[in-house]
Design a protein. Structure first.
Length: 77
């Protein structure tokens, strides 16, 4: 549905990113590497903004809403 509010979509992105790897793995990396590991999360946020600004309009114009739709349009039936 195109009627989802922006905050619901944002919450979905955050929920999809939270996993055991995120909680345990990033904590371990933070202990081993230090605060520099936080740059990984900042770059992920920047990447989401770039994708949203430049690629999302193309996907919406072509009515691509799921990964299977993208693969079907890209590689054929």
């Amino acid at each position: 549905s195109k009627s989802l509010p922006w905050w619901a979509i944002g919450a979905s992105l955050i929920a999809a990113n939270i996993s055991a790897e995120q909680i345990v793995g990033m904590a371990g990396s933070g202990y081993a590497i230090g605060l520099a590991i936080a740059s990984y999360e900042w770059m992920a946020a920047l990447t989401l903004l770039i994708v949203g600004k430049f690629f999302l309009p193309i996907f919406l114009r072509n009515e691509i809403y799921t990964m299977p739709q993208f693969l079907e349009q890209r590689y054929g039936p």
